[in-house]
Design a protein around this ligand. Structure first.
Ligand code: ADP
Ligand code: ZN
Ligand code: MG
Length: 479
């Protein structure tokens, strides 16, 4: 394997988050009964005419700008002709020679190094319907068709063959998902098919500048499967070559259960799409004024925001990257940091209890019962020393259950930490008397033993003594 280098290029299809379809007014919402969202246009009935959805264009342009692409002044919709039952018009409206945007790229991290992956193009197109091969009493004889997806707006994002490992490809796909969801142009839902990926894979001898023959793996819909499919495919191609064979250009599918790719169709069976400009739609013009208005409307992007989290709040790069995974997490952190005045503590809480609770309950941060203002209240009383960080975790859980503030819970449940020297001193005395041998050991240099004594005092207060004050008192007494 080490004498071969793998080369990967991805084509990503992302559904644009519009209320209605790309060329008609049918809703795009997921989960409706089959064929509830259809009309003459998306059913391809004769004489029906497409009208381009302006919001779909805005979403696509925002994605292109955020990814550093050059949005084209003029792009052209074309008919991609092929026959398939889920394509009632007999052609898909897509962009071909004149895509919406060209160039751009994203920085990815994998295996401890970073790499800039260039984009070739971004174009707009409509989705096809869905063939239902199972789930009906007569599914052994019949295939049913659901056209709810027919005409749903998509962008296809095509990368240059710039990735060199399965891990890099997965990282690229993750970065694109993060960006599209961040912009609010895609919901990132891979299970529902809102985001899908085709992986083009080839191998070549290390040092070679020419590209090997590629295989295209269609429709992978998870990061893990993408990585597995590519890893398998690289191994398969190397094996073919090492056994004196040649890789053939073909389209393959990934069987997740077997962890293998298999042939779907070879080059000979490849479609000739006979593209030609769509006569029912004029060229799409995105002039400078509109483009710049959309650029101005872009939110602060993840990398910029992570950079600002480091400079403005003094956070480590690790925290900043984690906190900018989604815009909602970044907003939650920033609101908590501002309200509490303790950025690092806010970061620790979000990266710890907040993300853990979200994962545990399978909820978004916006559905978390503890709002940033409430968490800030909790952080303030921890920083003041009113409660210990251990007790604070319980308080956080109680806040989530009851909707009460941290102050209310601490007062009602008597959780405030005892840091009053007068209250603590008698117990410190008592512990010192009861463990004279430990005191002797500490005096002889075994500093670690001090923790044991702190623990004994804490026990007397059922965890509610302030460990900092207890430690000070013990040290002073031991001398
Ligand atoms: P096709 O004509 O088969 O659609 P394209 O040249 O349009 O091929 O490329 C489609 C995708 O395949 C792009 O993401 C591109 O980066 C990638 N690609 C092209 N050639 C190779 C190769 N030899 N190995 C890996 N990926 C490739
Ligand atoms: Zn319709
Ligand atoms: Mg192509």
């Amino acid at each position: 394997m080490s004498t071969f280098e793998s080369v990967i290029g991805l084509e990503i299809h992302a559904q644009l988050l519009t209320r209605t379809k790309i060329f008609c007014g049918c809703p795009t919402s997921f989960g409706a009964p089959p064929n509830a969202h259809v009309c003459p246009v998306c059913l391809g009935l004769p004489g029906a005419l497409p009208v381009l959805n302006e919001h779909a264009v805005e979403c696509a342009v925002m994605a292109a700008l955020a990814l550093g692409c050059e949005v084209q002044l003029r792009s052209v919709f074309a008919r991609k002709n092929y026959f398939y039952p889920d394509l009632p018009k007999g052609y898909q409206i897509s962009q071909y020679e004149w895509p919406l945007a060209r160039g751009g790229g994203v920085e990815i991290q994998a295996g401890g190094t970073s790499r800039f992956v260039r984009l070739t193009r971004i174009h707009m197109e409509e989705d096809a319907g869905k063939s239902l091969h199972e789930g009906f009493a007569d599914s052994d004889r019949r295939t049913y068709l659901d056209f709810n997806r027919s005409g749903v707006p998509l962008v296809e994002i095509v990368s240059e063959p710039d990735m060199r490992s399965a891990e890099e490809a997965a990282s690229f796909f993750e970065r694109l998902r993060q960006m599209l969801v961040w912009l609010g142009v895609n919901d990132g839902n891979m299970d529902e098919g809102s985001l899908r990926c085709d992986a083009n894979v080839s191998v070549r001898p290390v040092g070679s500048e020419v590209l090997g023959t590629k295989a295209e793996i269609k429709n992978v819909n998870s990061f893990r499967y993408l990585q597995k499919a590519i890893e398998y495919e690289i191994g398969r191609q190397v094996d073919v070559i090492e056994h004196g064979g040649r890789v053939v250009q073909e389209t393959r599918l990934f069987d997740a259960a077997q962890g293998k790719t298999y042939t779907m169709r070879s080059k000979e069976e490849a479609h000739d799409y006979r593209y030609f400009p769509e006569p029912d739609l004029p060229p799409l013009v995105v002039d400078e004024a509109r483009r710049e208005a959309l650029r101005a409307a872009l939110p602060e992007l993840p990398e910029a925001r992570a950079g600002r989290f480091q400079t403005a709040y003094g956070l480590p790069a690790y925290d900043a990257a984690l906190l900018t995974e989604t815009r909602e997490i970044a907003d939650y952190f920033e609101a908590t940091a501002t309200a509490s005045g303790h950025a690092k503590a806010a970061s620790n809480w979000v990266m710890g209890e907040v993300l853990r609770t979200m994962k545990e309950r399978g909820i978004a941060i916006t559905a978390l019962p503890v709002a940033p203002g409430a968490l800030a209240g909790l952080i303030r009383i921890v920083e003041r020393g009113t409660i210990s960080s251990t007790v604070a975790k319980d308080v956080f859980a109680k806040m989530g259950e009851s909707g009460r503030s941290a102050d209310e819970i601490v007062a009602a449940d008597g959780l405030a930490q005892v840091s009053d020297t007068l209250a603590l001193e008698p117990h410190v005395r008592h512990v010192l008397d009861a463990h004279a041998e430990v005191v002797a050991e500490i005096r002889a240099g075994k500093d670690r033993k001090l923790q044991f004594l702190v623990g004994q005092v804490m026990k007397a207060f059922r965890g509610k003594a302030d460990p900092r004050v207890v430690t000070e008192l013990l040290k002073k007494a031991i001398g």
